[in-house]
Design a protein around this ligand. Structure first.
Ligand code: C5P
Length: 234
């Protein structure tokens, strides 16, 4: 899939800063993640600045709308040059939306789904209308199965959901995993963390890692140390 599973969350609205980070990390990581804070501020030009650095981009915009609008939105995103390697939607958009998204992407990028946002507490999840009888873990697997049966390539999930999702959806169904912290590094605001090695051992395909790399004194050295711990050659 991706030889180097490290995806660095650039997490800045400033495309020039993001592009500098991408250049520094080229060859050390497999992907960079560009999110809505940058895309809504600097749009296609900002994206192009980052993508031009040659590291594949996970464009994390989490689309959620009626099927036709999501399909057209994805078509617009896939006309970016170079096209993003990964794009995503919310699984809770339902089967028709997910199927339309998969048809629109048509293999041009990996299409993954957000199941339940990990920022939601049990109370929030029920307030948002998810099944009050089901645990969050059960809801996550249910939405992962829906993403799989709708033709998506994988999901974003916490380190603790990897095993149950792989069991339900198969080893080839991608898990893209944030909440990753090398041993001894500050967990910051992340609640349910795993080391890169533990997340990989559980079956994570991509490790989304932000601040432990971007805010390190030497981001390239921090990324290389993680790659080395994982036994991946960049
Ligand atoms: O800096 P840190 O490693 O915590 O960054 C993690 C990245 O993964 C951020 O871009 C964050 O928004 C994203 N993310 C997350 N938890 C999720 C989904 C995405 O931390 N459940």
């Amino acid at each position: 899939m991706f030889t180097n599973p490290i995806c660095v969350a650039l997490d800045t609205p400033d495309a020039a800063h993001a592009a500098r980070l991408a250049r520094t990390l080229r060859g050390k990581v497999g992907l960079v993640k560009v999110g809505m804070e940058q895309f809504y501020a600097q749009g296609r030009d900002g994206y192009a600045q980052v993508a031009a650095e040659g590291v594949p981009v996970f464009l994390d915009l989490k689309l959620h709308d009626i099927p036709n609008t999501v399909a057209q939105g994805l078509n617009s995103l896939l006309s970016l040059a170079p096209a993003p390697a990964i794009v995503n939607v919310h699984a809770s958009g339902g089967p028709a939306m997910l199927e339309a998204a998969a048809r629109a992407v048509d293999g041009r990028a990996k299409l993954i789904a957000v199941t339940v946002l990990t920022s939601l507490s049990d109370h929030d999840i029920h307030a948002a209308g998810f099944d009050p009888e089901a645990s969050t873990a059960v809801t996550v697997v249910k939405l992962a199965r829906l993403a799989k049966s709708s033709g998506l390539d994988g999901v974003v999930c916490s380190p603790h959901d990897i095993v149950s999702i792989k069991q339900a959806c198969g080893a080839d169904f991608m898990t893209v995993v944030p909440g990753v912290r090398p041993a001894g590094v500050d967990v910051q605001d992340q609640k349910r963390v795993a080391t890169p090695e533990a997340a990989r051992a559980a079956g994570a395909d991509i490790l989304v890692i932000g601040r432990p790399i971007t805010q390190a004194e030497d981001p390239a050295a921090a990324a290389s140390a993680i790659a080395q711990a994982l036994g991946v050659t960049a």
